[in-house]
Design a protein around this ligand. Structure first.
Ligand code: JHZ
Ligand code: ZN
Length: 407
């Protein structure tokens, strides 16, 4: 175990969870490209000073956010409905002026901005991954194909004027140079503007032993306490924290310039709850690391037993999480011959590192296996509703969070 330096405050980050060497979570290489696959150390811990949970090592940004970045945020009906609700709320609260302007960092395929664009409100997505950005453009959304930092922010302000609101979902915690991003927010926001972002919540990750939320893209996993510290270091104030049910537990944070907004009671409430849960303490993360080792033992034990009994087991969903789980547990095609996923850009590719093929969901429906490991466990309801025939024919789901169990 080794220590690192906090990307937010310069404090000491103590390595507490070590998931070994891993490829990039959303790598999904083509079979012909696996010989060029790279791997990186994947370990994490919290900062002694500001409490930010973070990875110890960096994976180069360009290795992760390529033109053909495979994740499409519109791939789930539940997610589409959620982001449309977000957009409607923003239109009713922050974007009510005659010429309001919203910028979204990491706008992906336009899942949120589509509603803003339809309402005719000025907007700009900032998205470096070309294929998803093109999908958004095809929906009538303006997108700048860049990474967001203080320079991009200055260029956007020069061209479009200040933004009433900046939004980001499932991407702010990806940004190694978060302090530069916050400088950009400072450059871009109007005096009363807000930066709203929703990201996987450390409290939920720990409560559910969701170790598969740890992969190269998730440089940080935020808590209310660490975001409050980060906001203050950057000259902002945390004014709201709202839980969101996506991705197994997400928190939506609102930060504003100091004394411009009255902080919602939820901020103090979550801070108190995190203190009670000892979320910032190394001991808590050490217990989590122990639970994760037990999940590995139980899952490989169960899959090994089923294999010995001649049962057919496949995987359902190819989220980035499948990369962490299969590589950490050493699960390959001998135990899981394939996984299915509805995202066309992942089909025909392999899970990075473990090289399990990703097929289209028809491969599951055509010949139901005895068991399916639900790697997209955060979409359990939507997927189980869609795949009722599997259960009806006696198929069983295997889940591995918060512990290994069969449904
Ligand atoms: P899903 C994403 O991670 C992406 P991932 C990102 N890296 C991030 O930060 C986190 O979220 C928070 C498929 N699926 O949403 C679609 C079906 O096959 O859990 C997806 O490939 N059938 C930005 O990758 C995958 O499952 C279905 O019916 O962990 C789910 O990926 C449904 C609903 C989904 O995100
Ligand atoms: Zn720190």
């Amino acid at each position: 175990m080794s220590n690192g330096s906090c990307r937010i405050c310069g404090g000491t980050v103590k390595e507490t969870v070590n998931l070994g060497r891993q490829p990039s979570g959303n790598g999904f290489p083509l079979p012909r490209d696996i010989e060029h696959e790279k791997s990186f150390p994947l370990s994490a811990g919290t900062c002694d000073s500001c409490t930010m949970f973070q990875l110890l090592d960096d994976v180069p940004q360009e290795a992760k956010y390529r033109d053909e970045y495979p994740y499409h945020a519109s791939g789930s009906a539940v997610h589409r409905a959620h982001f449309e609700r977000n957009a409607r709320r923003f239109l009713e609260t922050e974007l009510t002026g005659p010429d309001s302007f919203i910028v979204e960092i990491g706008s992906n395929d336009g899942v949120m901005l589509a509603t803003i664009a339809q309402a005719g409100v000025r907007h700009l997505g900032v998205e470096p991954c070309r294929e998803v950005a093109d999908v958004a453009r095809g929906r009538g959304i303006r997108v700048l194909g860049e990474f967001f930092d203080e320079n991009t922010a200055a260029a956007i302000r020069a061209e479009h004027g200040p933004a009433d609101m900046v939004f980001g979902a499932n991407c702010i915690a990806h940004i190694v140079f978060l302090r530069r991003l916050l400088k950009g927010i400072d450059t871009l926001l109007t005096p009363d503007g807000v930066f709203v972002f929703e990201e996987p919540y450390l409290g939920s990750v720990i409560a559910q032993n969701a170790f598969d939320m740890i992969y190269d893209e998730h440089v940080f996993i935020f808590s209310v306490r660490s975001i409050k510290a980060m906001a203050e270091l950057a000259g902002f104030e945390l004014v709201n924290a709202e839980p969101v049910s996506l991705h197994g537990g997400t928190m939506r944070y609102t930060i504003a310039r100091p004394s411009r907004r009255t902080p919602a009671p939820a901020v103090a409430e979550f801070l108190a709850r995190e203190r009670e849960q000892r979320l910032a303490e190394h001991g808590t993360i050490e217990r989590f690391a122990g639970a994760v080792r037990k999940i590995r033992e139980d899952l490989t034990g169960l899959l090994g037993d089923l294999h010995a009994q001649g049962k057919r087991v496949v995987g359902y969903g190819a989220p980035a999480k499948v990369t962490t789980v299969t590589n950490y547990c050493g699960i390959g095609t001998e135990l899981i011959p394939f996984v299915v996923d509805s995202t066309p850009s992942k089909q025909g590719r392999l899970v990075a590192g473990s090289h399990i093929p990703v097929l289209e969901p028809g491969a599951f429906a055509a010949d139901h296996p005895d068991y399916a490991v639900l790697f997209a466990w955060n979409h359990a309801e939507e997927i189980m509703a869609k795949e009722q025939a599997f259960r009806e024919r006696g198929g069983r789901w295997i889940l591995y969070v918060p512990d290994v169990h069969i449904l």
